[in-house]
Design a protein around this ligand. Structure first.
Ligand code: V47
Ligand code: SF4
Length: 366
């Protein structure tokens, strides 16, 4: 329960939100600390319905994970194998990845999502060649690939800057960037959970370079571990400020920390109430992000349905069971696959309207 003073501050923040006014970082922290689930949910749902009505987007996509060998050692990662133990991991050849693409030849997928570990032998030219070959095989397939963690490493090895590197990959066929690698930007947390990979400024610089040549991208935040509310707000504030400048982000995706088989396994996972509050505050705070996505393989189907009342308007794609990054970390869905009919049913069950989109949120006529 809130005392009188807290109530009045909550009420005043709520009035601002209802009047479509931006909230400050301090107000964001206050919402996390004092807002009840029902209050935050009502505000977030109001914004969601103002922006999208009942529309709930999904897409038809598949994932390629080129390797789980990684030179980095993020403490939350259950998926990677250090380069020193590379015989325990996997590394796909270009032909193996093209075979995955060909598997979908007769299916109406619109996107391939390519993200993996950082393998020192998989260079900028290796990936440019892969992109060209995928486009030669299926030109209309949207390629969303590579986090700034992978890109920063390959650009540095190839001695190109972010602008040059992004232009080169875009010309080779890369269409947009996924949101991964962001984790928590604040150095005091980042240094404890993923000290050795690209920092906040490097992550943002690569997305800025992509936006400057007209590419779009997503942004994630890994929450529910050792960070505090102020770190979540700091993370969202950096993204919101950059979005004011570039307008290139499509979607914000909060990712719940899962604790199976990693160096942070001793940290308990966040509760479902905390997860729904996270979505709600994200919807309220990120007023210039058009979309808020719940990644259903991670949350599970029921919780993904619930999130549609807490600001979420997108539940990602059909996927298939080739994605391992979450199943290895203990996600709800060990073999995440849903047909578009199942996705539509899931959305309709909670009285929302399913809409198939492509990566850039153009409607796909069924
Ligand atoms: O950056 C790794 C996360 C991310 C764990 O843009 C974990 O459409 C929870 O960003 N618990 C990569 N999360 C995946 C990603 C993504 C996924 C789906 C769609 C899009 C998109 C992007 O996975 C990493 C990291 O934050 N992650 N380990 C874990 N134990
Ligand atoms: Fe490597 Fe990514 Fe895992 Fe970090 S999260 S260890 S960068 S695969």
């Amino acid at each position: 329960m809130c005392n009188g003073e807290s109530d009045s501050r909550l009420k005043q923040i709520g009035e601002q939100v209802m009047a479509d006014k931006r909230i400050t970082p301090a107000e964001g922290v206050y919402l996390f600390e004092k807002g009840s689930l029902s209050y935050l949910g009502a505000l977030a749902n109001h914004i969601r319905e103002r922006m999208h009505g009942n529309k709930t987007y999904y897409n038809r996509n598949f994932h390629i994970e080129p390797t789980n060998v990684c030179v980095f050692s993020c403490k939350f990662c259950s998926y990677s194998r250090l380069y020193a133990h590379k015989e325990e991991g996997w590394e796909l050849t270009t032909d193996q990845m093209l075979d995955i693409v060909k598997k979908y030849d007769d299916q109406p997928v619109t996107e391939v999502h390519i993200v993996g570990g950082v393998h020192p032998k998989l260079t900028l030219s290796f990936f440019a060649d892969l992109l060209r070959k995928i486009k030669a095989h299926r030109p209309e397939l949207h390629i969303k690939g590579f986090t700034p963690v992978e890109l920063d490493y390959m650009f540095r090895k190839a001695k190109v800057n972010a602008e040059e590197g992004m232009k080169f990959l875009n010309e080779a066929g890369l269409d947009s960037l996924p949101g991964g690698g962001a984790e928590i930007f604040s150095p005091e947390i980042r240094e404890q959970i993923c000290a050795d990979k690209v920092d906040a400024d490097g992550w943002l610089a690569i997305h800025r370079a992509a936006h400057s040549i007209g590419m779009h991208s997503n942004a994630t935040m890994l929450y529910g571990h050792i960070e505090k509310y102020e770190h979540r707000i700091d993370h969202m504030e950096r993204l919101r400020s950059m979005q004011d400048e570039t307008g290139g982000f499509n979607t914000f995706i909060p990712l719940k920390f899962r604790n199976k088989d990693n160096e942070m396994s001793h940290i308990p996972e966040s509760s479902i109430v905390e997860d729904m509050k996270m979505y709600a505050v994200a919807r309220i705070y990120m007023d210039n992000f058009p979309h808020l996505k719940a990644y259903w393989p991670m949350l599970g189907r029921n919780n993904a349905q619930l999130s549609l009342s807490f600001g979420v308007n997108d539940i990602d794609g059909t996927i298939d069971d080739s994605t391992k990054i979450y199943s290895m970390a203990g996600s709800e869905e060990q073999t995440p696959t849903m047909t578009s009919e199942q996705l539509k049913t899931l959305i309709r069950q909670v009285r929302r309207e399913p809409v198939e989109r492509d990566t850039l949120y153009n409607l796909v006529e069924g």
